[in-house]
Design a protein around this ligand. Structure first.
Ligand code: ATP
Ligand code: MG
Length: 873
């Protein structure tokens, strides 16, 4: 069975059992503060488990793109080293939301694996939760009894809390789980060692393929468990591992999911797979990582310096380093794999096809810049090595190795390897200590303490009414306290309904206030969306929490934000019209003060194009287009109808569409009622964000008024300074010209002055005990003084020249002493200026022949000159 058929068979099987088949959610998460990436199939359904919203269908199945590179599930270090953990993988899953439970989950998993996929029963083992005294949890005998119907009892193994109790995070839904493991070793190996002893022992051919989780508890902040109101099933099966089993190979990388990529890496690098362990690991790392990075970019997450973007950058850099170290790749090459990847997976994931060029360019750019960093790091390491050798040492300090790692992305393995080539060692303990120290401090900085929700009323729908209203009478359904280092204590409030828009889709959250009956008012400083609910953030709690409240959104701010959102749609339309339909939205930020829009386009947008875009948007504003809003569309119908959706965005069953004339988008944000409300649109900046991605910043409405007011004020000021010249530009040009002519003239004059001065000084030379002494004060600049001193030195023997110069409040002493004097009389200009520097309240130094001192007391120059003369007496 090829991988495509394997995936389809899974979905067909569960569709047959009345499951709704849903698309994979984006891999990069947008409204979950506890999670950057989807790391399990259940993430997109979290709100159902938490009871924040009701599912449309209580049986669902899908194939979900997952990424396990951060937080609780981080497999990064295993990837490539073993043959069955990936950064990005597909998780096949089926769910019951308060519907079927353990029996059906177990029966169907068994039926699918043994009857449909036809995995021999004696290749399988299952595990059940053995119980845990400290938690007060007993053995999952229910699951045991259901398994007994299908499989020999000696193949049902007990598992501990670590392996068989699944938790989403430190808090939240959890429950016992039951895993299915498969033994794909040869018959001979199976005879020698009993497979049951290898389950959960990290054996590469006795591995877990499917985990059936039975959600029945909720973990509270104090660590205790409470029963969930309803019981759920959440399963996840590794698609690539299943393919390995069904295709009869011993490694995920030998399946048709990875083989095309590996062949391509062999062709590009000239290194064959299967020769040495190190090269194989490198090839697996690259084949794996190019998938993770490509899917993230397609999801809208570009590599960057923080958050999710940083994680993506680190994954790509890991691949580059492996290529650099073990496959001798000093030039970019990973980007070339994107073509193969898009050919292979482009059908199942069309985003890889449509965004191929963007993905390819972004990866290439990252490769170029990181290879440059690596080279700088190499040069630094070389100099560290030379230093070690010159000092007769053989171990590089751990702190230095860590610095290489931290600043230049040098993994310690690479540093160790290069050192060992030179018969040197690395201080491993020092490295670990430096790493620990850094991790500790960043952990402390980001520590968050989250209390449990305090529920005040749970029958509420938490409906959003903010498209129509900006105020409401509400009740507080629940609240909790969040404490962070950065902000201190904050409260999150959830209302039974709310007019507040929670930050999402690039639009910032509303601000406003909540007022109790007694006039007790608390400000809402921000509003966010978390796991499907709107949370209002305050610094304090209202004194009375029960009863009703009036809540009010800050109207002015909301209006400006809405105008900017509408303008963003018009801008998007204008860019596609003027630059072409290759323009795709890659990010947007809609605030009350301004808007920002990132989009794919391969060259700088010219001034003429920007003007056309601006004109386009302003023409739509002038047309006074009425908002046409549809809150009850389906995704398919909206797209068919011509609405533009965003890739990497999670759309529900019901979507909202926003139309202004022929601008037509899927959008959950707030908008003005008519484009004329935007008043005027002005682009303030255009720049590059990454390879192939441009950014436009713009303003609307009152901000434009302020902008024009400022501009004209400045212009008036300039004109006034130019004595109200009719043509200010010409006036400035002629000032500039005049200025440069004057500069030239000054240079000439300075030279002439120095020439005169030179002669004057030579004439003033005084013989003191055989030394030709010249002392002088001048206001020439440092360079002229130096030139002057050297040119006098050429003409006079036995010279001791000291020049004191002052420019503004700075004083300089310059001393030049003929070389023969230096030798004969042991005079040293360096020492002398250091002494004399005291008079001008400064210091200096230099060579015995020539030296200067700088100070801040020009008044002391005379004294310094006098002191110099006394030196010779
Ligand atoms: P393992 O112990 O092998 O790391 P897990 O206990 O972390 O697996 P689960 O969280 O239960 O796995 O995920 C469900 C299924 O997803 C697993 O049974 C496995 O088939 C698959 N899976 C988990 N992690 C990975 C990964 N990094 N790469 C590929 N498949 C994975
Ligand atoms: Mg794991």
């Amino acid at each position: 069975m090829n991988s495509k058929q394997i995936r389809q068979t899974f979905l067909d099987f569960f569709a047959e059992k009345s499951h709704q088949i849903v698309p994979s959610a984006p891999m990069v998460l947008k409204d979950d503060p506890t999670l950057m990436f989807t790391n399990a199939g259940m993430n997109q359904f979290k709100e159902y488990f938490l009871g924040n919203s009701e599912p449309k269908n209580n049986r669902v199945a899908d194939s979900q793109k997952c990424l396990r590179v951060s937080g609780k599930h981080n497999d990064l270090e295993e990837v490539g080293v073993d043959t069955y953990h990936h950064t990005m993988f597909e998780m096949l899953g089926n769910w019951s939301f308060g519907d079927y439970f353990k029996k059906e989950a177990i029966d169907w998993a068994w039926e699918l694996l043994t009857e449909v996929y036809k995995i021999p029963k004696d290749h399988l083992y299952v595990t059940i939760f053995e119980g845990d005294d400290t938690e007060g949890l007993s053995r999952d005998t229910e699951a045991y009894d259901f398994w007994k119907q299908h499989i020999a009892e000696d193949r049902i193994l007990n598992g501990n809390k670590k392996d068989n109790f699944w938790e989403m995070g430190a808090q939240g839904p959890c429950g016992p789980c039951s895993e299915i493991h498969v033994d794909i070793r040869s018959d001979k190996e199976k005879q020698e060692v009993d497979g049951a002893t290898l389950v959960n022992m990290d054996h590469p051919q006795v591995i877990e393929i499917w985990n059936l989780v039975f959600m029945q508890f909720n973990r509270l902040a104090d660590g205790s468990l409470e029963n969930l109101p309803a019981q759920h099933v959440d399963t996840g099966m590794g698609f690539e591992r299943l393919a390995m089993v069904l295709q009869g190979v011993k490694s995920n990388y030998d399946t048709d999911v990875f083989q095309p990529l590996i062949r391509e890496i062999e062709t590009i690098t000239g290194h064959a797979y299967g020769k040495t362990e190190q090269e194989d690991i490198a090839i697996r790392v690259i084949a794996d990582h190019v998938r993770a990075v490509s899917f993230s970019i397609a999801d809208g997450q570009l590599p960057s310096n923080n958050g999710a973007g940083y994680v993506i950058r680190m994954i790509l850099r890991r691949a580059i380093r492996y290529g650099f170290t073990y496959l001798d790749r000093k030039e970019p090459f990973i980007y070339q794999l994107v073509t193969t990847l898009s050919k292979q997976l482009g059908e199942a994931f069309p985003e890889l096809k449509s965004q191929k060029n963007l993905i390819l360019n972004v990866i290439k750019e990252e490769e170029i810049s990181f290879l440059r960093t690596l080279e700088n790091g190499l040069a630094l390491l070389d100099s560290m090595i030379a230093n070690l050798k010159s000092q007769g040492q053989d171990t590089l300090e751990g702190k230095k190795a860590f610095e290489l790692n931290d600043t230049y992305g040098f993994p310690k393995e690479l540093t160790r390897l290069i050192l060992s080539e030179q018969q040197l060692k690395m201080d491993e303990e020092g490295f670990t200590a430096a790493l620990k120290k850094q991790q500790e401090s960043s952990r402390k900085a980001s520590e968050t303490e989250t209390s449990d929700w305090v529920i005040l009323g749970d029958d509420d729908t938490q409906e959003f009414i903010g498209y129509d209203k900006l105020d409401a009478k509400v009740r507080i359904s629940k609240y909790r306290k969040i404490t962070t280092k950065k902000d201190g204590d904050r409260y999150q409030l959830v209302f039974n309904m709310t007019p507040f828009y929670g930050e999402s889709g690039g639009q910032t959250g509303d601000k406003g206030y909540i007022e109790g009956v007694n006039g007790d008012t608390v400000y809402i400083i921000d509003t966010k969306k978390e796991n499907g609910q709107t949370v209002h953030i305050t610094k304090n709690l209202p004194k009375e929490l029960g009863g009703t409240f009036i809540v009010q959104v800050d109207q002015k701010q909301r209006f400006r934000t809405s105008a900017n959102h509408t303008a963003t749609h018009l801008l998007h339309q204008g860019l596609r019209k003027i630059l072409g339909t290759h323009v795709e939205q890659k990010g947007s930020m809609v605030r009350s003060a301004s808007l920002r829009f990132d989009f794919s386009h391969f060259s700088k947008v010219t001034i003429e194009e920007l003007k056309q875009v601006e004109d386009f948007v302003n023409a739509r504003i002038a047309e006074q287009l009425q908002l046409e809003e549809n809150r009850n569309n389906t995704y398919e119908d909206a797209i068919k109808d011509g609405a533009i959706g965003l890739f990497g965005e999670k759309y529900g069953d019901v979507v909202r569409t926003i139309k202004f004339g022929s601008s037509y988008e899927l959008c959950g944000g707030t908008h003005v009622k008519n484009t004329s409300d935007v008043w005027h649109f002005k682009i303030t900046n255009e720049s590059a964000v990454a390879a192939g991605i441009r950014r436009i910043e713009a303003i609307t409405g009152d901000a434009v008024k302020d902008f024009f007011y400022d501009q004209s004020k400045h212009f008036e000021q300039i004109k006034a300074l130019l004595k109200n010249a009719k043509e200010p530009v010409t006036a400035i040009q002629s000032l500039q010209e005049e200025n440069s002519n004057l500069k030239k003239e000054i240079e000439e004059l300075k030279k002439a002055k120095a020439g005169n001065l030179k002669q004057e000084l030579i004439d003033s030379a005084e013989d003191i005990n055989g030394v030709q002494f010249i002392a002088s004060k001048t206001d020439l600049d440092a360079k002229s003084v130096k030139d002057l001193a050297f040119s006098i030195d050429k003409e006079i023997t036995n010279l001791f020249l000291i020049i004191g110069s002052n420019a503004g409040d700075k004083a300089t002493l310059t001393v030049i002493i003929s070389k023969d004097l230096v030798d004969q009389k042991k005079l040293n200009a360096g020492q002398i200026v250091r002494e004399l520097g005291k008079f001008i309240q400064g210091g200096g130094g230099g060579q015995p022949h020539f030296a200067t001192a700088g100070g801040k007391n020009p008044a002391g120059i005379d004294q310094a000159l006098q002191a110099a003369r006394e030196l010779l007496n």
